[in-house]
Design a protein around this ligand. Structure first.
Ligand SMILES: [Zn+2]
Length: 404
């Protein structure tokens, strides 16, 4: 079962009853966390057993299903807390500060046509929440193969989980192998005998990171006398940067997957898990690793949702190996990979060929086979470049154009 959370804005603020419910819910979660820590349990049922009765007495009218789901939320927080403890990281006793609540799918009703949620507060008391529905949201609301999962409510938005069975994966007829770099995905597209270079560039992400990084530095200097303001401003900068980058990553991932879907391709990526960011290394490098992993994550979950195969392979030596004769070069060279056997190719594309060969040698690519010698040096297929996005990023209103 695959789950996708879709965020909706609320047309108007939360009604006061709902706000009170959120506060009660938060209280219930925090109580359950405390009770769970005391008696060292983390499962929903166990929490239910020890905390349900007390809380029920304090809030006799709260809808029982919401109460049970508060134990579930508390349980998952406790599990995370326990995991932290195991790793030896000292962490504070968890406490939910933000107003929130989660309702299981039987505990609310969503009219998928009008986008109105009917949320029970207690017996005989329901509130209506109107969701802002854009074209993007319509895609999910109108697709009746998707069933509704849980609902998370925050003061200004609601997150609806849509669920579906994992789609059947097609047998790939072609393959895209991509080497992930700081400013682009570079690789090859293999269909039959043809091997062509592909590229999805995102040079603006590094620029945004650098710009926000500089800006934070400046803020810290300027507000050095006021730690609190400095922290708040930096946090705001960070959130902005995060949104801007995330938006671009989704654009890149979407175009790669669209390309793959249209050509029934499998996708080969390098496994970035092994890379550990070293504290001592330059900050720039640390900055660049995050969006790459994030991009992989986005590609992977979107691919799963669409039934596209993604293979992750060990990238060891991929940038130093000659795909023709197998020689491993001593060091990485400049922009071009050159081998004594006469093979020359763009370093990144060469790396992607090696990734693909690793995938094939492990029997991953479904019996596909290819000859790196057939690489067409004069063709380059562009999967994505920033200019393809009509607007660099949506502002507050453009996301909801074409409503209802
Ligand atoms: Zn060679």
């Amino acid at each position: 079962m695959l789950v996708k959370g879709v965020v909706f804005r609320l047309e108007s603020g939360l009604p006061s009853e709902a706000k009170l419910l959120l506060e009660d819910f938060r209280l219930a979660v925090n109580n359950a966390i405390r009770a769970g820590l005391q008696s060292r349990v983390t499962s929903r049922n166990a929490l239910c057993k020890i905390a349900y009765k007390d809380f029920r007495e304090q809030h006799p009218r709260m809808y029982a299903k919401h109460l049970v789901s508060s134990f579930e939320v508390a349980g998952s927080i406790l599990k995370n807390h326990r995991r932290c403890g195991r790793k030896g990281v000292t962490c504070k006793i968890p406490y939910v500060k933000r107003l929130m609540m989660k309702a299981e799918n039987q505990a609310y009703k969503l009219d998928r046509k009008s986008g109105i949620i009917d949320l029970p507060i207690r017996a005989g008391c329901h509130v209506e929440l109107r969701l802002v529905v854009s074209q993007y949201h319509r895609k999910y609301l109108d697709d009746m193969t998707l069933s509704l999962g849980s609902l998370t409510i925050l003061p200004d938005r609601a997150i609806v989980a849509f669920r579906k069975d994992a789609p059947k994966r097609y047998t790939p007829g072609s393959v895209i192998s991509l080497d992930t770099n700081g400013r682009s995905l570079d690789g090859v597209f293999v269909l039959g005998d043809a091997v062509k270079a592909v590229k999805a560039g995102f040079p603006d992400i590094a620029i945004i990171q650098q710009r926000h990084h500089d800006r934070r530095r400046r803020l810290q200097k300027k507000k050095a006398h006021d730690r609190r303001t400095s922290r708040n401003l930096c946090r705001r900068e960070g959130a902005r940067e995060h949104h801007r980058i995330e938006y671009r990553l989704h654009q890149v991932a979407n175009s790669v997957l669209k390309f793959a879907e249209e050509r029934k391709s499998a996708i080969v990526l390098e496994d970035l898990k092994g890379f550990k960011s070293k504290r001592s290394k330059e900050l720039n490098r640390r900055l660049s690793l995050w969006p790459r992993r994030k991009l992989h994550k986005i590609i992977e979950y979107k691919a799963q949702w669409r039934g596209i195969l993604v293979y992750k392979v060990d990238p060891r030596n991929s940038s130093r190996t000659c795909p023709i004769c197998g020689r491993i070069q001593d060091s990485r060279m400049g922009a071009e990979f050159k081998c004594e056997c006469g093979w020359r190719l763009d370093r990144h594309i060469n790396a992607s060929i090696n990734l693909l060969q690793t995938a094939i040698s492990k029997g991953m690519a479904g019996g596909l086979w290819f000859n790196p010698g057939a690489f067409q040096h004069d063709v380059m297929m562009i999967l994505y470049e920033p200019a393809m996005a009509a607007r660099s990023e949506p502002n507050g209103t453009s996301g909801v154009v074409g409503v209802t």
